[in-house]
Write a protein that binds this ligand. Structure first.
Ligand code: AP5
Length: 208
C-alpha cells in the first residue's frame, strides 16, 4: 500500500519480473473493465475519473474472482485493500481459503513528490510498461516510441483527480496502516530515490 504515485505498480512490476508471483491490481482490473465497455466498467468510470473509491463490494468480488483457483501460487495485491472495511473483508476471505497474508508493505513518499510523479506518468501502449516523462531515462521513453508505441496518460492523472486521490488516501487508506501495524504485519520502506534504489530496499526488507 501507499499513496497514489508512491510506486506500488512500478515496484510490483519489478517483483513480478524477478519472482514467480502473480500481481493482482484492483486499479488495473477496473481499468480493463472500462476498456472492455462492460457493465462494471460503465458503472465505475465516472467514480474513478473523479478520484473516488469504488464500492467495497465491487472490489471484493474482483479479488475473490482473481484468487479463486489460485492454488499454491504466491500473489501480491496492489492497491487492495484501501480502507479498514476492505482489510477486514480480505482477512476473513483469506482465512477461509487458508492463505493468510505474509505481510503488508507500505511505500512511504512525501506528498510533494507524488504530484510530479503522477502528472508525469505515461504507459507504453505496446508493452504496458509504466514510464515517466520526468523520471524515466530518455532511452526507455524512446524505446517505446521507436517501436511504434505511444506514451499514454491515464484519465485520472489530471490535477483535480490527483488532488482528490491523495485526499481520499489520507482520509480512508491511511487509517488502515494501524490495522496492519497492530496485526504485526506492517513493513515500511522509504519510497524516495530512484526506482532501483527503492526496489533494493524492498527486496532487502522482504528477505529479512
Ligand atoms: P490505482 O490504479 O490503484 O491507482 P492509485 O492508488 O491512485 O495508485 P497509482 O497507480 O496512481 O500509483 P502507484 O503507487 O501504483 O504509482 P506508480 O508505480 O504507477 O487505482 C485507481 C482508481 O481505481 C482509484 O482511484 C479508485 O477509484 C479505484 N480503485 C482501485 N483499487 C480500489 C480499491 N481497493 N477500492 C476502491 N477503489 C479502488 O508510479 C507513478 C509514477 O511515478 C510512474 O510514472 C512511475 O514511473 C513513477 N515512479 C515510481 N517510482 C518512482 C521513483 N522511485 N522515482 C521516480 N519516479 C517513480
Amino acid at each position: 500500500m501507499g499513496a497514489p504515485g508512491s510506486g506500488k505498480g512500478t515496484q510490483a512490476e519489478k517483483l513480478m519480473d524477478e519472482y514467480d508471483c502473480r500481481q493482482i491490481s484492483t486499479g488495473v482490473l477496473l481499468r480493463q473493465a472500462i476498456e472492455s465497455g462492460s457493465d462494471l466498467g460503465n458503472k465505475v468510470q465516472k467514480i474513478m475519473s473523479e478520484g473516488l473509491l469504488v464500492s467495497d463490494e465491487i472490489v471484493l468480488d474482483l479479488i475473490k474472482n482473481e484468487l479463486s483457483g489460485i492454488g499454491e501460487s504466491s500473489f501480491l495485491l496492489d492497491g487492495y485493500p484501501r480502507n479498514i472495511n476492505q482489510a477486514q473483508s480480505l482477512r476473513d476471505f483469506l482465512e477461509n481459503i487458508d492463505k493468510p497474508l505474509d505481510f503488508s508493505i507500505l511505500i512511504d513518499v512525501p506528498s510533494e513528490i507524488l504530484i510530479k510523479r503522477l502528472s508525469g506518468r505515461r504507459t507504453c501502449s505496446l508493452t504496458g510498461k509504466t514510464l515517466n516523462v520526468y523520471f524515466s531515462s530518455q532511452s526507455d521513453l524512446d524505446e517505446c516510441l521507436s517501436s511504434g508505441g505511444e506514451l499514454v496518460q491515464r484519465e485520472d492523472d489530471n490535477e483535480e483527480s490527483i488532488i482528490k486521490r491523495i485526499e481520499v488516501y489520507e482520509q480512508q487508506t491511511e487509517p488502515m496502516i494501524d490495522f496492519y501495524r497492530s496485526a504485526g504485519l506492517l513493513l515500511t520502506i522509504d519510497g524516495q530515490g530512484s526506482v532501483d534504489d527503492v526496489y533494493l530496499r524492498l527486496k532487502k526488507l522482504m528477505e529479512l
